[in-house]
Design a protein around this ligand. Structure first.
Ligand SMILES: NC(=O)c1ccc[n+]([C@@H]2O[C@H](COP(=O)([O-])OP(=O)(O)OC[C@H]3O[C@@H](n4cnc5c(N)ncnc54)[C@H](OP(=O)(O)O)[C@@H]3O)[C@@H](O)[C@H]2O)c1
Length: 294
């Protein structure tokens, strides 16, 4: 299936186009980082198709403002991914809604040029991967309670920039890394999606990673845009959210588990991102790092 499936969509498709005709009434979705960029568009389009969308933002104000500006049913919840108490608080709030979670989209992310860390953990790894690992683990039973729960994790083609060493298990502070920390975190995103997919085998739930493409968003506010934003292959935000929305909702993809998608189609990730032993090790290490909060 990996090599043969082609969807009717491509890099030019928008989130509205890939979800046209899909009725999400009665479904619940959670989108992290709902107040900006790809996450905002994802929330908007899922709500437009009838889903109740729980949108997370770092402050009450940002979440409320985003949700209020969207047609449909959106509920803001605060989530600060660098703060595990906040992650647990967010998961508890979702749990209290007492509904299955049909769609969980781990979208929030950061990109910094300089080294940053918190509590001895490199910040991209902490925000982009570990906070989402904890959130997902806390919400897994809700996803498994859905008729066909889907976890969609935002990765990036940047994961190809990680050399052979893979994940820096020996020094997660980032101080000694030679690899770009953003790329390292995006490899972690892909490995997490892969290991989750393995653990979903035998259930109806699925886990996939998506690369949205190059999209000019706020993520570049702390770094230079690494391409000419007027140049070729730069997507609009509507196009940037398409792969996420397609993978999260398309009936055609109900059995796709453990894939990397870009431009609305399965795509071959790096050999490192397909490394099941590395994925399993990352799961174990991540679990130890958040063990007090599980
Ligand atoms: N744009 C691209 O070209 C591109 C390419 C490949 C992959 N991606 C991935 O796509 C995803 C969405 O990025 P985007 O481009 O839409 O960026 P964006 O517009 O900057 O949105 C990022 C979202 O993440 C939130 N966030 C940041 N730090 C957080 C934290 N510590 N805790 C909780 N939430 C936090 C932001 O909240 P605030 O607004 O409060 O900061 C914002 O809502 C990311 O995972 C990114 O790596 C983007």
């Amino acid at each position: 299936m990996r090599n043969t499936f082609r969807s009717p969509f491509d890099e030019t498709s928008t989130a509205e186009e890939v979800t046209a005709g899909i009725d999400l009434t009665g479904k619940t979705a959670l989108v992290t980082g709902c107040n900006s960029g790809i996450g905002y568009e994802t929330m908007r389009v899922l709500a437009l198709r009838g889903a109740h969308v729980i949108g997370t933002a770092r402050t009450v104000e940002k979440g409320q403002e985003a949700c209020a500006s969207i047609e449909g049913r959106c509920t803001p919840v605060v989530l600060e991914l660098t703060d595990f108490d906040s992650v647990v608080g967010c998961a508890n709030q979702v749990d209290a809604m007492d509904v299955p979670l049909d769609i969980l989209i781990c979208n929030a992310g950061v990109l910094y040029q300089e080294h940053r860390e918190k509590n001895g953990l490199e910040l991209h790894f902490l925000v982009n991967h570990l906070g989402h690992f904890l959130l997902t683990r806390r919400l897994l039973n809700r996803v498994l309670a859905a008729p066909q729960g889907r976890v969609v994790i935002l990765g990036s083609q940047a994961h190809f920039s990680v050399p052979d060493q893979g994940i820096y298990f020996d020094d997660l502070s980032g101080r000694t890394w030679k690899t770009p920390a953003y790329a390292h975190s995006k490899l972690a995103n892909g490995l997490f999606a892969l290991e989750l997919a393995r653990r979903f085998e035998g259930t109806d739930a699925t886990s996939n990673c998506v690369g949205p493409g190059k999209v000019v968003t706020n993520i570049f506010r702390n770094a230079e845009i690494p391409w000419d934003e007027n140049g070729k292959n730069v997507k609009s935000i509507a196009q940037g959210a398409a792969t996420t929305c397609y993978v999260a909702t398309s009936p055609e993809l109900a059995a796709f588990n453990g894939y990397y998608f870009r431009d609305c189609n399965p795509s071959e990730p790096s050999a490192l991102m397909r490394d099941t032993e590395l994925a399993n090790r990352l799961w174990d290490v991540s679990e130890k790092l958040v063990s007090e909060y599980l």
